[in-house]
Design a protein around this ligand. Structure first.
Ligand code: MD3
Ligand code: FE
Length: 203
């Protein structure tokens, strides 16, 4: 089912359900080369979410700031190639939401274990804000917080489940958002974790 959440935001419930096992296998292949790591924020905190990347550009944070870069700072090697199944899903989902010819060059993979969260933020490190972000949730469900144009706007709460895909474009692209603390649980495909994959045109 297609659901319009807000101007520019489209929720494709269970859209990736049939691909879930293959997507999780592809995550394992990417992270065998570029392991999950908990990065440092510029303010010196360690993120509770563990991250990796694939594609031409990867999102990183450290004491120097937030940015995209071509090399994995752990290995100083290029990020692993974006798996074909990732690219195909992102392109198809974006088109279903009205964003044709979406060609992501960056894919951030987030891993949440119980207790992990992501505080309200905007995604502003990408060059072209006319391009959407496509997000895919796998494994344990999470409460996603969808805020407004300002940090103080009270966020809507949305439960994102395994296989859900959301396309964030247009006026939704710069809205504040975050993820509430992940609850304990067990999922048949991922065990005690949630993965979120986001596809971006960063460069
Ligand atoms: C709304 N990830 O990696 S995905 C992130 O579930 C991030 O891991 C969350 O926020 C997660 O930056 C949320 C949904 C999402 C992604 C990007 C957005 C929602 C968005 C950009 C603009 C507005
Ligand atoms: Fe974000």
């Amino acid at each position: 089912t297609i659901e319009h959440i807000a101007d520019g935001a489209t929720w494709l419930r269970a859209y990736a359900e049939d691909d879930a096992a293959a997507l999780i296998e592809a995550i394992a292949q990417v992270t065998a080369q570029a392991p999950f790591r908990q990065m440092q924020t510029p303010g010196g905190y360690t993120m509770s979410v563990a991250m990796s990347n694939c594609g031409e550009l990867g999102w990183v944070t450290d004491r120097r700031g937030y940015r995209y870069q071509r090399e994995d700072p752990l290995s100083q090697q290029p990020w692993p190639e974006m798996p074909a199944i990732f690219l195909a899903l992102a392109e198809r989902a974006a088109a279903a939401a009205g964003f044709h010819n979406f060609l992501p060059d960056a894919c951030l993979i987030n891993r949440y274990t119980p207790g992990a969260r992501m505080s309200l933020h905007q995604d502003k490190n990408e060059r072209d804000m006319s391009q959407p972000i496509v997000s895919v949730s796998l494994g344990l469900p999470a409460t996603f917080l969808f805020g407004g144009a300002g940090r103080a706007d009270k966020p809507l709460r949305m439960r994102l489940e395994s296989g859900d895909v959301v396309v964030w474009g247009g006026p939704a692209r710069l809205r504040f958002h975050g993820v509430d603390t992940l609850a304990q649980g067990a999922h048949a495909l991922t065990g005690d974790c949630r993965y979120n994959i986001t596809f971006r045109k960063a460069g």
